[in-house]
Design a protein around this ligand. Structure first.
Ligand code: ZN
Length: 493
């Protein structure tokens, strides 16, 4: 009897301790994976699981079902590490998240790994599940799928009751900006339903807030960048970049660009500063005749060369500058279908990495009179930036273009920054001579360059396609397209 009593007292002590622990430290239950699992069980829900279907032939699609919780980040990392072939997460039913902090970093992980998201037939995401869906690099949905949104609440009042400038909004706005979703989307979710209910997005809303990416926007730009930065192109080193020349020339031909003197390819000699030897480079140049001002020219240029193979290692240069080259190509195609008012010269410059030799040759031996070139637009490295930031360089010496950029920047969720173009500004590197804009600038030809800050893979063999950010890249190209269209129709003087 005594023994039993002792046992009873011991059990009671443990129970009291556990209750006290939970009472004083409720986060033990609410933030632990086990506690969250239990809580979900009580409300007849289950935690997010990742799986492949039994009959699945290729395991490039990973399925996800359940509520995002404390372990979801680890689960995502583990399953993606074990299955590097996965390109898409199909969200079967993800009704929300029980751990907002984890949801945020898990979603960032999806974007960082360039994984796409998909809503299959009868698929459903809501609340935190919708936020995670938005992390997909490409996002698609079956027409029967549903996306639910609502406001948040801190227990006292809903997000819509806090003024717009209240700091409580910041982490959400930052997240949508990072995911390149218009911030209007956030204010809409606050208004459209309170925290305790849900609003299912209409097709018009899905379109308006750019919830899904479109196939057309995704495919050509990215596939060109991917091709140019694939191993077969051997890093596009000057003198050994025939494969890139062939791709660009064929593309110009297919879309029907006009040629100067019967040829897209223009070969030139230059002195290699390192070896003092004469080498040969090849620019590839085509043009579209303007409808209103055929004798006034805008140059749209990007260097296509990169560092080639160094000590047996291929430097693919996906960002530097397969990104700019692919952008130049799709823009050329766009303007063959949407005829410009000015003539536009599209130029893929060679030997930029060796000292801007292609663009130097171009301005020394221009296909048209230099005085008829009204503007040079240059892109160099435009497919990745962790801060969603793109620099527009050249508005300091050519301020007439600043209002145009400011106007179009308002239509973009990118952070559009100015600078690197004032020689007196010692806080930033001076970029007016660091890319193919340099030779144009030297001749006094107005020029605007789109470029991002250097990144850890800059001029490294890891500047690979998989490390770029297609959503950011696409937005930059949209911004450039609007810029060219605007200056072409309302040329600022
Ligand atoms: Zn470059």
């Amino acid at each position: 009897m005594k023994k039993l009593k002792k046992l009873f007292i011991a059990l009671l002590t443990v129970l009291v301790l556990v209750i006290a622990l939970i009472y004083f430290f409720p986060q033990l239950i609410f933030s632990s994976a086990l506690g969250q699992k239990l809580m979900l069980k009580l409300s007849d829900e289950s935690v997010a699981e990742f799986y492949f279907k039994e009959n699945q032939k290729t395991k490039d699609t990973l399925y996800m079902k359940g509520i995002i919780y404390a372990n979801t980040l680890e689960d995502i990392k583990n399953v993606l590490d074990r299955n590097p072939q996965v390109t898409t997460i199909a969200m079967v039913e993800v009704g929300g998240s029980i751990d907002d902090e984890v949801n945020l970093v898990a979603s960032q992980e999806i974007r960082k790994r360039n994984i796409n998201t998909y809503l299959p037939e009868n698929g459903m995401v809501a609340s935190g599940g919708t936020d995670m869906f938005l992390a997909g690099a490409k996002r698609a949905a079956h027409s029967s799928a549903k996306l639910g949104v609502h406001s948040w609440s801190d227990g006292e009042k809903g997000g819509d009751k806090y003024p717009k400038e209240d700091p409580s909004h910041k982490k959400y706005i930052d997240y949508y900006k990072e995911m390149n979703i218009p911030t209007d989307f956030y204010w809409y979710t606050l208004k459209v339903a309170p925290a305790e209910s849900i609003h299912w997005m209409t097709p018009t809303e899905i379109k308006k807030y750019e919830v899904l990416t479109t196939k057309k926007e995704d495919s050509e730009l990215l596939s060109l960048q991917k091709a140019l930065s694939s191993e077969e192109f051997a890093g596009r080193g000057t003198g050994k970049n025939e494969k890139a020349q062939e791709l660009i020339t064929n593309y110009f031909k297919t879309i029907g660009l006009d040629k100067f003197k019967g040829n897209y390819k223009i070969s030139f000699d230059f002195v290699d500063e390192k070896t003092k030897k004469i080498r040969q480079g090849t620019n590839i140049v085509g043009y579209i005749k303007g409808e209103t001002y055929p004798d006034k020219y805008i140059v749209v240029g990007a260097h296509y060369d990169h560092m080639g193979i160094v000590d047996g290692i291929v430097f693919n240069g996906a960002d530097d500058n397969a990104s700019g080259t692919a952008a130049m190509l799709v823009l050329a195609k766009y303007f063959t279908k949407n005829k410009p008012e000015h003539s536009i010269i599209f130029a893929a410059f060679d030997a930029e990495e060796l000292g801007l030799h292609g663009s130097k040759y171009f301005v020394e031996n221009p296909p048209v009179s230099l005085t008829d070139i009204k503007l040079d637009i240059n892109f160099d490295m435009i497919s990745r930036n962790p801060n969603n930031e793109i620099y527009v360089v050249g508005t300091y010496p050519y301020p007439q273009f600043k209002p145009v950029v400011e106007k179009i920047a308002k239509t973009s969720s990118l952070k559009v920054s100015y600078g690197h173009d004032d020689p007196k500004d010692k806080t930033k590197d001076y970029w007016m001579y660091s890319s193919d804009n340099g030779p144009f600038h030297e001749k006094g030809i107005p020029n605007i360059t789109f470029s991002e800050e250097d990144h850890p893979d800059y001029h490294k063999p890891t500047d690979d396609f998989k490390n770029t950010n297609p959503v950011f890249y696409k937005k930059v190209v949209q911004l450039i397209e609007k810029f060219i269209e605007d200056v072409d129709t309302n040329f600022p003087n």
